[in-house]
Design a protein around this ligand. Sequence first.
Ligand code: APR
Length: 259
Amino acid sequence: MKTDGYRNDDVLYERAAAVIRDTNNGIAVTGAGISVESGIPDFRSAGGLWSRYPPDQFATMEAFTQNPDKVWEMWYELAESLQGVEPNPGHYALAKLEEEGHIKAVITQNIDALHHHAGSNTVIEYHGNADKIACTACFRQRDMDLSHRALGAPRCECGGVMKPDVVLFGEVIPEYALRTSDMLARGCDVLVVVGTSAQVYPAASLPFLAKESGATIIECNTEPTNFTNVVTDIFLQGPAGETLPALTALVVGESDGGN
Ligand code: APR
């Protein structure tokens, strides 16, 4: 397969495809980078969300408690940016690998639900989901409602302040997501890690857990990360909307990676 541009080495793609083709026990771990080509900015790249909304002021439980209206300014903007976004070929490629029986779960740090919309069935939302909000007093849940934006932080019928049902810095990962992800990472043969800067724990521990258990780590990113020269076996450099379909095409033997 001869292509120009970012494709760093067909041998790497062939090796990665062979590893994935030979397993029915693979998992994927994704970060904000896989959704960039769907029009959602990531957090730490130039111009990312944190460059406009410093996380210590907008994404910690402490900041939320001190000034929920201010924190909600960012979450309303993020929720608005998620309106109408669509999965990109990277999401569809992972759904295809699940359909073909090679990837049995996607563990995502993303809160945009795009893996679900792309057809992935087993998706673990490690940091929650922006579609829902929950009361900080009685834990009652309801849908995110942008029509209340002018009112600041939404209130619950019980009087409590509602927060996006996502994991803020300083909060714990939901027990189910934490335990299931650990178990999957420790038990898989192949872990494909896509579009994450490998800076936020405990999500960033998953490739290390998989590696310790003998798994092959395939990394897809536009640039090297803290994983690349430490735990990654095969690094496919480029945008996920192109690297994953190219990889999937080799695995399933189709021209377009199943999109
Ligand atoms: N294709 C592949 N990778 C990409 C692309 C792309 N099109 N665009 C950007 N990337 C890469 C960047 O190089 C970077 O390594 O995606 C990564 C995005 O990193 P972050 O912005 O740090 O996002 P993420 O790793 O998901 O952050 C983890 O931190 O802020 C918290 O809760 C938030 O879930 C998030 C967590």
